[in-house]
Design a protein around this ligand. Structure first.
Ligand SMILES: [Zn+2]
Ligand SMILES: [Zn+2]
Length: 121
């Protein structure tokens, strides 16, 4: 998953090296997802390998590195998981939905507060 411009500065300067080491050395080019993605399409570890056709779709696998807690600053090995694009997308999707919901809630609350303040004034 491409790094969004607003998040780029949150990554450490050696992120490329970290990411490469996780993908090539630790994961040996294979998706490390053990089901965290929640897709429910693979039992045990995901069989997808970087540059190979993905199971199910046959499209080319791009191995990425996901932050398990969705915090780019936290790049300890234990917080990182090499994931194929399919797993990564699915893993982040729930998070994105939550974040969007929280943003919406905050906006609604802020609007409510504003109304309240106006009414009180
Ligand atoms: Zn995968
Ligand atoms: Zn997966």
């Amino acid at each position: 998953m491409p790094i969004r411009p607003e998040n780029r500065r949150r990554y450490p300067t050696d992120w490329r090296e970290i990411s490469l080491r996780i993908r090539t050395v630790r994961a040996a080019g294979r998706c490390e997802c053990l089901g965290e993605c929640g897709r429910g399409t693979h039992d045990g570890r995901c069989p997808n390998r970087n540059g190979q056709p993905a199971y199910g779709t046959g499209s080319k696998v791009v191995l990425t590195v996901a932050h398990l807690d969705h915090t780019p600053e936290r790049c300890e090995d234990s917080n990182l998981r090499a994931m194929c694009n399919g797993c990564h997308l699915h893993y982040d999707r729930d998070h994105h939905r939550e974040t969007a919901a929280a943003t919406r809630r905050a906006a609604i609350e802020a609007a409510g507060q504003m109304t309240l303040t106006t009414e009180e004034a």
